[in-house]
Design a protein around this ligand. Sequence first.
Ligand SMILES: [Zn+2]
Length: 319
Amino acid sequence: MKINYNFIAALLLIICSCSRPKEIDIDNNKLLENIKILSNDTLEGRYFSTPGNYKAQKFIIRKFKEIGLKTFSQNNYLQTFSYTFKGQKRQDVFPVKKDLTNVPDTTAIGGNILGMLKGQTNKSIVITAHFDHLGIKDGKIFNGADDNASGTAALFTIAEYFKNKPIYHNLIFAAVDAEEIGSLGAEYFLKNFNDKKNIALNINLDMIAHSDYDPELFACGLYHYPDLRKPLKRIKSDKVILLFGHDAPEDKDQSDWTFSSDHRVFHREKIPFIYFGVPDHKDYHRSTDTFATINTDFYIESVKIIIQAIENFDEYLKD
Ligand SMILES: [Zn+2]
């Protein structure tokens, strides 16, 4: 009997490449270096409209420039907006409002940083990550390494990955401000986006670097947008378990994250979203959410999973 070795070799290759996780080539060290910088004490917790927050803005602008992202308007990555706290002192906004009588209005200036990779059509996928955090409270810096230096630093790695690849959709990278006080930045971004009907999808990253027990990352949103399941099902990883959920209001076992972060702004406008994140953990909204307490291997793999998701969605959502 004549054995066709070429045929067997080809068959084995197909079987192997189907079961093996896809190799995503990213610079792990650079990713970790960037989350470390964003969660450094010198940024003083990046609270909305404070010097530390402005430092973070400058750093993100420098990164977008280095990567070579396109700007949106007037050669400027920065989209500033003002917000007036009605009768509230800024530092009173978090965590609880104290006595607000006789407190004058204060206007504060915030800023989103926006960059883009041009695709082949007018349709866009908007990738959001908030960079602001809780600032300094009782003398303690809230560094917010997981929340959300992790999502912000991931934006750079994702942009770097897709920079020289053919993409169908425009990829819009939006590092948004003021999530912690009510998604002010994301709201301003969307309100002033003049081509809303061409946003095919929002991918929101908020807390993707912390896993103390099982390495589980959640993709939330399929309850509302079940058509998006297929591209997520194709993702392969042997290090992180990608789970779906936290989006059904009637589910008693899981909290509903539909309105937990900036994706809510898109969802309210009926723009489909997928939110990637982890459940609240021991360091959530504490001064211990630092570079030292994130899980670096989990973080790197989470970013690789998100890259696969974007790749799959870009293909799947083609007309
Ligand atoms: Zn957050």
